[in-house]
Design a protein around this ligand. Sequence first.
Ligand code: AMP
Length: 172
Amino acid sequence: MEYIKSKVRDVIDFPKKGIVFKDLTTVFKDPRALHIIGWDLSQLYRDKGVTKVVGIESRGFIGGSILAFELGAGFVPARKPGKLPADTVSCSYDKEYGKDTIEIHRDAITPDDIVVIHDDVLATGGTMAAVYELVKSMNPKKIYVNFIIELGGLNGRSVLPADAEVTSLITY
Ligand code: AMP
């Protein structure tokens, strides 16, 4: 994990003043780090019977796809409004400034699925809470929540449902 940490780039004041952005492009571009991420993520869920991984647009698509591939599961994108072509379910949530909406195809998850929802970073948790609600409304057997990085100081876990099983590879 120290190797992964050494590859995370802190970008100060991005996208706005006061934010320290955890940039994972410097992890993903490193072949060894990418390999470790794929292995470590998949080890968390190897024996859980996972059938679908939901990746959150857009940085969650990278780790989410790798995790799905490693587990032999399917991949489902959770996307910003108007991007998915077929019938969707959507959830609106509060961001620091105003509201945002996230969508999933209505037929993406079924009641026999065991799901991991993946994003790269847990910050305030609003985005993941919205996706969790969407996935929950589709009644899968089980939902796991996963991040590569958790920003512990922002306490994002507190806005996630108490029954959500949350796992992060690295906590700051
Ligand atoms: P959240 O505040 O947990 O809803 O985060 C919203 C999205 O922004 C997540 O998908 C994170 O990937 C991203 N994000 C928020 N804060 C940071 C940060 N400090 N560094 C990197 N990504 C972030």
